[in-house]
Design a protein around this ligand. Structure first.
Ligand SMILES: [Zn+2]
Length: 320
């Protein structure tokens, strides 16, 4: 329920399927054109200046789309305190995606033990110590702990942007391990939050369509882990708490979310003791736009060189 633009559904295919071939083909074309620079690990890439010019234009549009709400803009580093990471329940719900941060804490003798393993090419992870930090899986997670305890009448609106990490190595260039999001976040009464969400349910597909992308909106669920997770997936779908905006990159039956909007109900209000002006637990919703996903989708749609893109798309992105 809290995992903005998280993966769902049809990409869980075996390595031999045509979709997997399509993933590899698009990745190879982006690399051959110079848009993505491989690092040797799937899902971790450098991006060239042309790729980043599209990201910058897309970011401006996403920010402008929420400017009427006069959001409080705040930026955070790409990690959050472990205490908040644990309280949010990310390890409980998405254990295979987590990125806790470990470091070395020890004396010279312990360090020699690490180096012995290093020199032998052996695993040294058990000689490291978990730090007080974890890599951020969603930008908005940095915001909620700072909001309470009581918000003024009319609620609060926030905007934030930054790197997120999810450990899901894949050849699919639409599914990176480190990626950027811009999120708009509303914390208010249930009616205020739902009215805000309704406006974005129209705006988000309009924004993506204006860039030449083929977009559909659909009810979705986060990839909650395990047996308990199946019930959470069902509940999330039944209550329509997560709506994704999916683009056609690998065919209409294999769409990928470039954006999603989540209604958390009072989940974060309870977790971080946020109340509205009338003393009720605050509700919240967030919408996140994935920069790399939208940008890769545009390169797939319009070609590997922005010089050949439709003029209206170039104008929208400020590409001159
Ligand atoms: Zn969010």
């Amino acid at each position: 329920m809290t995992d903005t633009a998280a993966p769902t559904g049809p990409t869980a295919v075996s390595a031999s399927t045509p979709v997997a071939d399509a993933h590899r083909d698009l990745r190879d074309r982006l690399v051959a054109a110079g848009r993505l620079v491989p690092t040797g690990v799937d899902g971790i890439y450098g991006r060239d200046e042309m790729f980043e010019s599209v990201v910058a234009g897309f970011d401006r549009l996403v920010s402008a789309a929420g400017a009427d709400a006069d959001p409080t803009r705040v930026e955070y580093p790409p990690m959050i305190p472990k205490v908040n990471f644990d309280r949010i329940g990310y390890l409980r719900n998405f254990p295979e995606l987590v990125g806790p941060i470990f470091s070395f804490v020890g004396d010279a003798a312990a360090h020699r033990g690490v180096l012995d393993r290093l020199d032998a090419g052996d695993d040294y992870s058990d000689l490291l110590t978990q730090s007080e930090l974890a890599l951020t899986p969603a930008c908005c997670y940095s915001v909620y702990p700072s909001v309470g305890p009581r918000i003024a009448k009319g609620g609060r609106t926030f905007e934030t942007c930054g790197y997120c990490f999810r450990h899901e190595p894949s050849v699919d260039p639409m599914r990176l391990q480190a990626f950027r999001q811009r999120e708009h976040i509303r914390v208010a009464t249930p009616d205020e939050v739902l009215a805000w969400r309704d406006r974005w349910l129209e705006r988000a597909p309009e924004l993506l369509s204006s860039l030449g992308l083929d977009v559909v909106s659909d009810v979705a669920n986060d990839p909650f882990f395990g047996r308990a997770g199946r019930l959470m997936k069902m509940s999330q779908r039944e209550q329509q708490l997560k709506i994704e905006f999916l683009v056609d990159v690998y065919g209409p039956e294999h769409r990928t979310a470039c954006s999603s909007i989540n209604y958390h109900q009072d989940h974060f209000g309870h977790l971080f003791d946020i109340t509205t002006a009338d003393g009720e637990t605050a509700h919240s919703s967030c919408i996140g736009f994935g920069f790399e996903r939208a940008t890769v989708a545009m390169f797939q749609r319009h070609g590997m060189d922005t010089a050949g893109w439709p003029s209206n798309v170039r104008d929208r992105l400020g590409l001159g």
